[in-house]
Design a protein around this ligand. Sequence first.
Ligand code: 5GP
Length: 176
Amino acid sequence: MNAPPGMERVLFSEEQVAARIREVGAAIAEKYRGRDLKLIGVLKGAVFFLTELARAIDIPVQIDFLAISSFAGHGPGLVRIEKDLDEPIEGQDVLLIEDIVDTGLTAHYLLRTLAGRGPQSLAICTLLDRSIRRIVQVPVEFRCFEIPDRFVVGCGLDFKQLYRNLRYIAVMNPER
Ligand code: 5GP
């Protein structure tokens, strides 16, 4: 695919992303071996990461998805569940799979909501972590990459619903 207009540079190549997801998948398998692991992906951004990650985890896993909407311009942290999980998570070891943890507000809300459903354990695994912009602290158990304070696309992350299907992560200047 041609580089998107406004793209400044590739931050992580296809090979770097794939290699890092394999490493994190192996670490997850080691931690959860013999347990009842469920991966919960947040639509739509986490879909690409979740499917790659799930295949890098060599223990049986269940997957489920939820969709949220956030209300930009209506104050920080206003998030609503638009599509809920299909199955209960009570008694399961749950990993919340995110494309990016930025301010942490979305992850904080989701952790609080999921914790109320009685999982055995609950942790976050994110493709990208931009911890410099954190507003609320959230425990990130697994991260593939820490990133600088720049807008990025690719590997599930969009600009106006485009570029999610790029196999690499790119820094983009939407103004250009
Ligand atoms: P948070 O609640 O942690 O501030 O934001 C999380 C959501 O903001 C992500 O799931 C993602 O949808 C969006 N987001 C934050 N930073 C970026 C970015 O650099 N690029 C894109 N495409 N989305 C972002």
